[in-house]
Write a protein that binds this ligand. Structure first.
Ligand code: ZN
Length: 250
């Protein structure tokens, strides 16, 4: 990969964004922002013009697509910074699968049997959805930043994902979570996708998301302990052993 230049947010001339950046760097230093040409997500049809890498090693790199307009760049960077605040200030980290210890033959078996599942989609979506219920309001109320870009992308990507027929159990759970997020942030999800041919996996995750994350919002941000407990309970209710999962940063 070619070297990427870091992007200076000062050129966006947003006082709110600069304040948010300073607030975030008081919890995690070494934040880099990069403009990336033609950024594409790992699911080809979905649009993901912004992301953050390096969370686990505490050296976050925010990457945003260079085709975003100025206002969208402000929203996209603010959105990623708010994710970082939730991780490093509030302790609401990301969740991954624990790689079983050598010798734990049952664990190793389970790990490899479920490798084909789209775990990245499901496990990525859980903290994302939980964060979004909090951070959109946080940005609006504390910084006066309306994250229209997120709402737009949520609508677009939800429709794309719902039309993808080759979806396994983990992806359908992930989609159920997105439907829950859609309802909380936009409105009835039947506006965006056809509700009739959704699988029982989809509905199960949708119902459990309401149960475990329904109370999340800016005014009631969970503690790190209850957040982890909610996620593990959610995964357990979907049929996965809770000891298979681990949170980052530890
Ligand atoms: Zn996000």
């Amino acid at each position: 990969m070619p070297a990427q230049n870091s992007f200076d947010i000062a050129c966006l001339e947003s006082e709110a964004l600069q304040r948010l950046f300073h607030e975030t760097t008081s919890y995690v230093q070494n934040i880099t922002i990069q403009m990336i040409a033609d950024r594409k997500g790992n699911r080809s049809q979905e649009e993901h013009p912004a992301t953050t890498i390096g969370l686990i090693v505490q050296r976050p790199v925010i990457q945003i697509a260079d085709w975003l307009g100025e206002e969208e760049r402000i929203e996209a960077i603010a959105h990623e910074l708010a994710h970082l605040l939730l991780v490093y200030r509030s302790g609401l980290g990301v969740v991954g699968r624990r790689i079983p210890r050598p010798g734990d033959s049952e664990g190793v078996f389970r790990f490899f049997m479920s490798m084909k599942g789209d775990w990245i989609y499901l496990l990525g979506q859980i903290p994302n959805t939980a964060h979004h219920l909090i951070l959109l309001d946080f940005l609006k109320q504390e910084y006066g930043i309306e994250d229209d870009l997120h709402t737009y992308l949520l609508h677009q990507n939800f429709r794309v994902a719902a039309n993808d027929n080759a979806r396994d159990r983990e992806s359908q759970y992930g989609l159920g979570l997105v439907a829950f997020e859609y309802e909380r942030l936009i409105g009835k999800f039947g506006r965006a996708i056809d509700m009739d041919d959704r699988s029982e996996f989809f509905w199960e995750a949708y119902r459990l998301a309401h149960k475990y994350f329904g109370r999340y919002d800016f005014r009631s941000t969970p503690t790190a302990v209850s957040y982890q407990e909610d996620i593990l309970s959610f995964l357990e209710a979907l049929g996965y052993p809770r000891e298979d999962f681990i949170f980052f940063p530890e």
